[in-house]
Design a protein around this ligand. Sequence first.
Ligand SMILES: [Zn+2]
Length: 217
Amino acid sequence: MATLKDELETRVAEYDRWAIRRQFGADGPNMRRLWVLTCMDERLPVDEALGIRADSPVGGGDAHLFRNAGGIVTDDAIRSAMLTINFFGTKEIIVLQHTGCGMLSANGNDLVAALQAKGVDTDAVPVDPSLPELSLQPGAFGKWIGMMDDVDETCLKCVDYLRNHPLIPDDITISGWIWETELRRLRAPTTDADARARTQYSTATMGVQGSQPPRWS
Ligand SMILES: [Zn+2]
């Protein structure tokens, strides 16, 4: 059995390559050849939820992390997945979303109205100032925000979108998972009411009225 001394010596010796491995392209993948799409919420501990060490320095580096509001598939998520999958040796995708998500906490139509009340023209927003070619059709801003009705349904939809995307090869392993913020445990996406008891998994469980602008349903 290796002693801690042996492990530390190996880890330190590997550091030089770890630090410059991105220059090796597909031959310098992260430790688990893994890309994680997850929510930016500070209550979602990615390492704990997945049992990985993504952000740690020497000896860590298990995954490429992509965090946005909700952990949803967006154009920039696709861009990042395309790069890590096709050029940096990644072979697996995890979509990790969570209950009690802020993306369940309001109706997207109300957010649009609130921004308009502040004087924002939501039909003329540069979604990427460096890429004016990427623009929204008038009226699409509410969908672009990406608010969810149901986190489990959204997670499954995001997995489906990735599985069927032309930039993601068929041999990539893709799965979706839900972190129950209230109970601090991981589960598979489900629509079973009993399995989701005691968690805020939908707009209804968060007291929000009406359906979201349709993006995930
Ligand atoms: Zn969230």
